[in-house]
Design a protein around this ligand. Structure first.
Ligand code: ADP
Length: 268
């Protein structure tokens, strides 16, 4: 603990008060450490779009470039991914201010199943060498949610990346969407190592990792789910984890069907 004192007096008159400010040094040290870790967190966030870019460029190099149908589509994906990386960096810089009020949500009515299909399609392309199978458990009934598509794509990308990262060779990742209370319930379920019950409530905290060494080896920094939570909460939604240690993890997101971010509607 650190203390600083200020004397209160009227002009040069008598001393009428004393202000004592106590600083929690360990809290200060923790903030400094978190700030230093920010650079490595940014690297992690850029990894997913870069991996996609690399896969598509390799596919182009392997012959897709002369395919009149594939080439423009693949180039479009690389363009979209680059754009998304730029927006991602902007989002991360916003997050670095550690000010939730700054998060700007630009919502549009979205067909959730169509959007989720596009996200999973992209991952199908990337995970070929890890032997992961994607199962789609999408509602037959169309689901609509009012959401910021880029930001929610960032959220789901992050959770699917985690599911892949923590999955065993040959594991299955199930991505689902269902209607709940008129809104959208989205879940991502893996067959990975799971998260012990005592750590589960912490995984949405910034920089929190269950197993630091392991997470670092896997390219993890502990920021992904913190960003995810801020974005979902800014949509008036919720995000939860249920996990069985050594059995698998399920992350569930709920997005309300009606939401007005301008009104600060958090009711869902
Ligand atoms: P990281 O960059 O480390 O993946 P996240 O914020 O995305 O950071 O996740 C925080 C921590 O939660 C991870 O380090 C990991 O310990 C745990 N975690 C997240 N998703 C999973 C999962 N699907 N299976 C097991 N553990 C997970």
């Amino acid at each position: 603990l650190e203390a600083s004192f200020s004397v209160i007096r009227n002009d040069d008159g008598p001393v009428t008060g004393l202000i004592t400010v106590l600083h929690d040094v360990t809290e200060q040290e923790k903030m400094d450490r978190e700030r230093r870790e920010f650079v490595s967190n940014v690297s992690h966030e850029l990894r997913t779009p870069l991996t996609t870019l690399k896969s598509y460029m390799e596919a182009l190099e392997d012959g897709a470039i002369v395919d009149q149908d594939l080439a423009p589509r693949f180039l479009k994906v690389t363009q979209n991914e680059t754009d998304r990386m730029i927006r991602l960096v902007n989002d991360l810089l916003q997050l670095s201010k550690m000010d939730r009020q700054d998060l700007y949500i630009q919502t549009k009515d979205t067909d959730v199943t169509q959007w989720m299909n596009e996200v999973v399609d992209r991952f199908d392309m990337v995970v070929k060498d890890k032997n992961i199978t994607f199962t789609r458990d999408f509602s037959e009934i169309p689901i609509h949610a009012v959401m910021d598509r880029d930001k929610m794509t960032q959220v789901v990308d992050n959770i699917i990346s985690n599911a892949i990262k923590y999955s065993p060779e040959g594991g299955t990742v199930t991505v689902g969407s269902h209607i709940e209370n008129g809104g959208a319930q989205i879940y991502i379920q893996d067959e990975g190592m799971g998260i012990p019950l005592k750590n589960q409530h912490k995984i949405f905290e910034r920089f929190y990792r269950v197993d630091k060494a392991r997470a670092r080896n896997l390219g993890g920094t502990g920021l992904g789910l913190a960003i995810a939570k801020e974005i979902v909460v800014a949509h008036g939604g919720t995000i939860n984890v249920s996990s069985e240690y050594h059995q698998g993890t399920r992350i569930t997101i709920f997005l309300p069907s009606h939401f007005n971010p301008e009104a600060g509607d958090q009711s869902g």
